[in-house]
Design a binder for this molecule. Structure first.
Ligand code: GUN
Length: 291
């Protein structure tokens, strides 16, 4: 083991503490309490866990949390009406509609209905465009968390070669935009990329966001590179007993950490940063609304 382990859990606790401090100041000086509304449609167990954690950490940061749980048969029109109601509610500064949505609901339509100024996920096309053109946007939470850890580790990212593996709207594309904004030379690789290992080995910064368990190994890592593993995959763990599972990333941690200079673990790396950045985005949205 040679790599430094980047402790996302500690980093996220720090971010949350700073947000809580600013929330307390906002309350004391201006009588404003930021509010985050989270909408969950259906009963997907993983989504239920995420939503519960979001609500808990929102309250711990001193903000108001509004949870809306809808049946998985909820008509699209009802969900759109709820989003419109939250758009108009001055106590709500951030709106998050948990994804994925049931098949009968048009995800793009729902995201487009959220007021961009309250779009703390940064998924609205207007925030996507603002980010792509280098303007003030609300930025997707997971890539924002990755960027914070990278800046903390490297200081300046200027001129570094960054390879992002994965081209999703939630992580890969916004991650590439953020790295470009910090003057990295950015490559987006994906499932059809030829000679993926060779492309990855050019990276000073390697971000894995493909959603395939342990797909990248030591072979993909340049010696001394910083590896950010966004993957959260559950795989069977017979060594823990019959039917047991464990969480792994998109990177084979054991081999990659022999070569990398720094690496995020799974769990305890990028994961905790996502909710911390959601709280930071809610505070940002609230401050912008208050002028
Ligand atoms: N589902 C998985 N990750 C996310 C996220 O970051 N935001 C939302 N809204 N849904 C998700």
């Amino acid at each position: 083991m040679s790599a430094k382990i980047i402790d996302g859990k500690a980093f996220a606790a720090d971010v949350r503490a700073r947000v809580a401090e600013q929330v307390a100041t906002l309350k004391a000086d201006h009588g404003i309490t930021p509010g985050l509304a989270v909408v969950l449609v259906g009963e997907d167990p993983a989504s239920q866990v995420y939503v519960r954690n979001k609500g808990k950490q929102t309250i711990e940061a001193g903000m108001n949390s509004y949870e809306h749980k809808l049946e998985d048969t909820t008509p699209e029109a009802d969900l759109l009406a709820l989003v419109e109601k939250l758009n108009a509610d001055p106590a709500v500064h951030g709106i998050l509609v948990q994804l994925p949505l049931p098949d009968h609901i048009d995800e793009a339509k729902v995201l487009a209905t959220i007021d961009p100024a309250k779009d703390v996920d940064g998924f609205h096309i207007s925030n996507v465009g603002l980010l792509a053109t280098g303007q003030k946007a609300l930025v997707p939470c997971t890539p924002l968390g990755c960027l914070m850890m990278l800046r903390d580790h490297h200081g300046s990212l200027s001129g570094l070669n960054a390879v992002v593996v994965g081209r999703s709207n939630i992580v890969g594309k916004p991650m590439a935009q953020l790295l470009l904004r910090d003057s990295c030379t950015v490559t987006i690789a994906h499932s059809r990329t030829k000679d993926l290992a060779e492309v990855c080995r050019r990276a000073d910064i390697l971000v894995a966001a493909v959603g395939r368990p342990q797909m990248l190994s030591a072979d993909h890592v340049k010696p001394g590179a910083t590896v950010i593993d966004v993957g959260i995959n559950r795989i069977p763990a017979p060594e823990k007993g019959e039917g047991k599972t464990r969480l792994v990333g998109d990177v084979d941690f054991d081999s990659a950490s022999e070569v990398a200079g720094a690496i995020t673990p799974v769990p305890g790396g990028v994961g905790p940063m996502t909710i911390a950045c959601l709280l930071a985005n809610t505070l940002t949205a609230c401050c912008r609304a208050a002028g």
